[in-house]
Design a protein around this ligand. Structure first.
Ligand SMILES: [Zn+2]
Length: 342
């Protein structure tokens, strides 16, 4: 295994009214990729006669390229909003070489923290290029204006450490896959910090939002060191992907992953009581109903997991690979343990 290296990670500035703290040069002729609600909060900081604004509706590759080409020259590219606005801004900055300013309006996505640029080609997500922001603002005024559930849902991609680490360790033991105990321990420490901060995160206080953001920074750093998503992505995400694939619906990612952690964790044979307690404390409802699915769909999804992970050959091995599928009795037992409703 190559030695882990100290990776470059986007580091946020924290506070309120942070756009006012940026150098005047970026506001000379700014390009802004945004969405209506966050733009209403941020637009006062921009010169309205010299700002090019685009409201991002799609991340379809051809359209993103077209929008990027249509901008005149600019002084900087701003991404202000959720995942699509941030990814679009990263793409436009990557293509134009202009300075990049990222201002997430919710913490339920990690687009501001990762260098990869996610674009869509039909139903597939592809990652192109690599961009780090010149300024990365975690502004509590903007985050606290969002619906709380859209920040709380940010816990999903940290909570997934719970099941991802089990998969990774087992893949090391069973398949000889490189497993780094130090990185696994550091990952586990992030999970424990999040468990301790559940109430603050759930209430979207400054302390809670700061903690969630720092956990993302830590997690992206660990994944960069390993060179893949082993420290944070495993069978819980595979359940989520399979359900999305089967139902062709979109879900709030963090709530869906929370459901996946309970189900995959139970199947792994882990004690999932701390995860259930955390989800209660952080006020993120991951029941079938709240996620937007139902018991039958989830049961059929679990029964299909064995075939699904074989078919999706890019997925790194996890519990559904190791056991060659799951019997209907096991599905009933896992669903009873997860306690996600009828
Ligand atoms: Zn995720």
């Amino acid at each position: 295994m190559p030695q882990p290296h100290e990776p470059r990670v986007a580091l946020p500035t924290y506070g309120r009214n942070l756009l006012r703290t940026l150098p005047a040069s970026v506001f000379e002729n700014p390009i802004v990729l945004t969405q209506p609600e966050p733009w209403a909060l941020a637009c006062g900081a921009f010169p309205n006669d010299r700002t090019q604004v685009h409201h991002v509706a799609t991340m379809e590759h051809s359209r993103v390229q077209e929008v990027t080409s249509a901008f005149g020259g600019g002084s900087a590219v701003f991404g202000i909003g959720g995942g699509s606005a941030l990814d679009h801004a990263k793409f436009t900055a990557w293509k134009t070489g202009l300075p990049l300013v990222l201002v997430p309006s919710i913490l339920s996505v990690d687009a501001a923290y990762t260098k990869a640029i996610g674009i869509r080609e039909g139903s597939r997500v592809r990652y192109v290029g690599a961009m780090y922001p010149d300024h990365f603002l975690v502004d509590y005024d903007i985050l606290q204006a969002a619906e709380p559930v859209l920040n709380r849902a940010g816990v999903g991609d940290i909570l997934s450490i719970f099941t991802a680490l089990w998969d990774w360790r087992e893949a090391g033991a069973r398949l000889g896959e490189p497993y780094d105990q130090g990185i696994a321990d550091d990952s586990k420490a992030l999970l424990e910090r999040m468990f301790e901060g559940a109430v603050e995160i759930g209430n979207c206080t400054e302390a809670g939002l700061h903690l969630l953001s720092e956990l993302y920074v830590g997690e992206v750093r660990l994944c960069e060191m390993v060179g893949n998503a082993r420290p944070e992505e495993g069978s819980e995400h595979y359940v989520a992907y399979c359900l999305e694939h089967r139902t062709q619906r979109h879900y709030l990612h963090g709530a869906l992953v929370g459901m996946g952690v309970l189900l995959a964790g139970a199947y792994q044979g882990q004690d999932i009581a701390p995860v259930a307690a955390f989800l209660r404390n952080v006020q993120l409802d991951s029941s079938y109903q709240a996620v937007g699915t139902n018991r039958n769909e989830v049961r059929d999804c679990l029964l299909a997991m064995g075939d699904y992970v074989v078919h999706e050959s890019q997925l790194l091995p996890g519990v559904f690979h190791f056991r060659n599928g799951i019997s209907s009795q096991e599905v009933e037992a896992v669903m009873a343990a997860a306690g996600l409703g009828e």
